[in-house]
Ligand binder design. Structure first.
Ligand code: FES
Length: 106
């Protein structure tokens, strides 16, 4: 029995500006994490769904990236509306949001 119905990992990894890989923190990962936290509070996810900040998920070029388990679905949301849609359609509704999938990983 899984601990949570769904577990969302949001990359907020930060690298030095000189690093050619870039990082999700510089591409809005901290905002994305905050939007997921806010959605979770509104939806009373406690004990059911968990959203956690994560270190590098090795998909830096597509950042900011998010992965949803146990579904193993990767997203690259950039706005609060994107996060709201992932929460409404996938986390609550069980339907993958095709147009927000991370290219090549979704
Ligand atoms: S820095 Fe976010 S996936 Fe690598």
């Amino acid at each position: 029995m899984p601990r949570f119905e769904r577990h969302i990992f949001i990359c907020t990894n930060e690298r030095d500006d000189a690093d050619s890989r870039g990082c999700c923190a510089a591409r809005g990962g901290l905002d994305v994490a905050g939007w997921f936290k806010a959605e979770g509070k509104k939806r009373d996810w406690k004990g059911r769904v968990r959203a956690n900040r994560a270190g590098c998920l090795d998909a830096c070029e597509f950042g900011p990236v998010v992965v949803v388990y146990p579904d193993q679905v990767w997203y690259s949301p950039t706005t609060a509306e994107d996060v709201r849609r992932i929460c409404d359609e996938h986390i609550e509704g069980g339907v993958v949001v095709q147009d927000l999938l991370t290219p090549g990983l979704g």
